[in-house]
Design a protein around this ligand. Sequence first.
Ligand code: CA
Length: 245
Amino acid sequence: MADIVLRVGSRTEQGVRPNNEDRLVVNLNQKLFLVADGMGGQERGEMASGMAADLIPRIVEDRLARQVDANHAVKDAIAGANQAIIDAGRNQPAGRRMGTTAVLALHHDHTCYVVGVGDSRAYLIRGDAVEQLTVDHSVAQALVASGALTPEEARNSPYQHVLHKFLGCTNMVDGADVRPFTPQPGDRLLLASDGLTNHLTTQDMVEGARQFADPQDWADRLVPLALGRGSKDNVTCVVIAFDQA
Ligand code: CA
């Protein structure tokens, strides 16, 4: 198996919003990377995404130390953060509770485990191919899956950004789907909040991955690109480059 080295770039910008509810984690020691996009307004959204950024790496570390396999370690971390955020929001009235998306990548034993809840996304860019590794847990996307809407209708639907699954949501009984892949030299993995992905095409990803060998240079290009295209949201990305050792 080819020895792979990881290099990582990241960037987050508040944009025109009054605060930044996005959080990111780059932990090269643990080879764990995360983007979380908080919801609930003002300090509640920041608290939820902050809890995800704090708890998920700690739970993964704890499970791996106890010989739990990586797939279950990641699932446990999502479930644990979900419950902690539900508990922290319990005294808030319904409709004012906090939540957050999370997209996480853990590189462990030559495999990269990717999991997402909410509508933050992971994309694998391999040469000319771009694959979205996560599913948006938006009501509009669920309507596409059921055949009620076309993908085109979903893009213009008022339900595009209404989430039915996120951290802090009691509807997590079926857990999170972990998507493992085996990184190849040259692969780029992009984790990003919707403030970025709403303004990015697959063509941008193919060209950017080719143009920017350094993942930090690419992250520093991506965020201003989304803001320049009119993103009114917080904009956050983590770029992981997998290269030949
Ligand atoms: Ca957002």
